[in-house]
Design a binder for this molecule. Structure first.
Ligand code: FUL
Length: 484
């Protein structure tokens, strides 16, 4: 046999050997894992909250419930202005306060007179839930509803009759204004209120009064693709504060059977979740662009700056949560110019920081990968495909992945994502950079989850970055790494 032929056969045999090197099975899921709807929701990252009711005209944050519908009079109201502004800054949808604690309804509900139909807005023929949901459809934003369980207007609040009223309204909203992607069940109950003229304090037992199980089943039946938010889920949990930050660590898992609004110590628990949680209930970070949830003219000079919103982004989306950012329409029924200016500045900061990912053209190597097979090779963490990931063998729960950026680059942020379809795994990790021939530690994190962004204390000039998974509940599955 000629030399060339035998060399060719040798290469061919290597090729066939590597083809027959069957890929080991994917790592088993670490339960609980997200369902399909939650996974889709986690990819949204950020959307808006819209607080609008009589409070916008009375200057209150919690309407007492005795406000006359006549005061709800936005003279230049344009939900399309809201939707276009949100879309321009990259928010994917909105959740509208269809009814806040004051009980005033932004749609002409057939179950109450305390609504927009008795207001001057469009001479009582307006329906803001319809207008907003249609503007969303027109501009391809998804639409969600907030329906306050606490109702300070209703005389029957606290009785079983009120529960029937609440559920009728929920059905009315879902059936007439859907599809909805998220339903917000607020846990607040401050006690006192108008209550149809009783003007008294009514505290309900949050553990039993609302009989949430049966309300949830109405939603599941009417709109199975909607996710329900409350302090305790069932699908999305509160992050435990209204200041704009998820916890560090932030586990998507929590034990929700003992959770209820008002439970002692619940804020901390919700903020961090539980490593050994038995349900997948990711946290949502709710925060307002202004000090209040509703528009008050005296807060026009207190609108959050782009820098502040950027910090919130890092501590919500950058800690694996979704951000629901409240922008309240003013008394005209428009987003205020100051709010729009801040939103635009924020969007510019996000784009400028994260549009060029230096990891995309990097070379990746790792100290090990699953079954030594290409399917789980380190470059799967930088191929920009969310369906592929670098993974190790089942027995390996720590490991390092190194990225060679090709030349010295200025690095300020590192982002890491887990393949959460198989559950959340990583408990702690660190990042090193090679400078002057030495590896030096530059950042540290606890959990990763859907996305973890680490901001370096100061930018560093380096060609090589190393991410060390120090501890993980099971073999790590890293689907994406970004270097910015
Ligand atoms: C809280 C409410 O009491 C506030 O008014 C606001 O709606 C916020 C989002 O949730 O529990």
């Amino acid at each position: 046999m000629k030399k060339a032929t035998s060399f060719f056969l040798f290469i061919l045999s290597i090729y066939f050997y590597s083809c027959s090197n069957e890929a080991p099975p994917a790592p088993a899921g670490i339960f609980p894992v997200p369902n399909e709807t939650q996974l889709k929701w986690q990819d949204l990252e950020q959307y808006a909250f819209i607080h609008f009711t009589t409070n916008t005209f009375t200057g209150k944050e919690w309407g007492y419930g005795d406000e006359k519908p006549a005061i709800f009079d936005p003279t230049g109201c344009d939900p399309e202005q809201w939707v276009v502004a949100l879309k321009e800054v990259g928010l994917k949808g909105l959740v509208l306060t269809c009814k806040h604690h004051d009980g005033f309804c932004l749609w002409p509900s057939k179950y109450t007179e305390h609504s927009i139909k008795n207001s001057p807005y469009k001479n009582g023929r307006g329906d803001l839930v319809k207008e907003v949901s249609e503007a969303c459809k027109k501009h391809n934003l998804i639409f969600g509803i907030y329906l306050s369980p606490w109702d300070r207007n209703r005389s029957d609040y606290g009785t079983p009759e009120y529960l029937a009223y609440y559920r009728n309204q929920l059905r009315e909203l879902i059936e007439n204004y859907g599809p909805v992607f998220e339903i917000w069940f607020d846990g607040a109950n401050g006690g006192d209120g108008y209550y149809g003229g009783a003007r008294e304090t009514r505290k309900i037992d949050n553990t039993v009064y609302y009989d949430w199980k049966n309300t949830h089943s109405i939603v599941r039946e009417l709109v199975p693709q909607a996710l329900m938010f409350s302090d305790s889920g069932p699908d999305i949990r509160w992050c435990g504060n209204e200041r704009g930050h998820a916890g560090d660590p932030n586990w998507n898992t929590i034990n929700n059977d003992t959770l209820h609004p008002g439970k002692a110590g619940i804020e901390k628990l919700l903020n961090h979740g539980s490593e050994d949680g038995t349900s997948w209930i990711p946290a949502e970070v709710d925060v307002s662009i202004r000090p209040g949830w509703f528009y008050h003219p005296e807060e026009d000079d207190k609108v959050r700056t782009p820098e502040n919103l950027f910090k919130i982004y890092l501590e919500s989306v950058g800690r694996g949560s979704n951000l629901i950012l409240n922008i309240p329409p003013d008394q005209r029924g428009l987003f205020h110019e100051k709010d729009i200016e801040s939103l635009k500045g924020w969007k510019t900061m996000i784009d400028e920081t994260f549009s060029v990912n230096l990891a995309v053209n990097a070379k990746a190597k790792a100290d090990s990968h699953r079954g030594k097979h290409r399917l789980y090779a380190p470059d799967k963490a930088i191929d920009n495909d969310p369906e592929t990931y670098w993974a190790t063998d089942d027995t390996v729960t720590a490991g390092s992945i190194e990225l060679d950026l090709g030349k010295i680059q200025k690095v300020t942020y590192i982002s890491v994502q887990e393949y959460i379809k198989l559950g959340q795994r990583v408990k702690s990790f660190s990042v090193d950079a090679l400078t002057d021939g030495n590896w030096q530690p530059i950042a540290e994190g606890s959990t990763i989850g859907r996305k973890r962004i680490l901001a370096l204390e100061s930018p560093i000039e380096t060609q090589k970055i190393r991410i060390n998974i120090k501890d993980s509940k099971a073999c790590p599955t890293i689907s994406n790494i970004g270097v910015f």
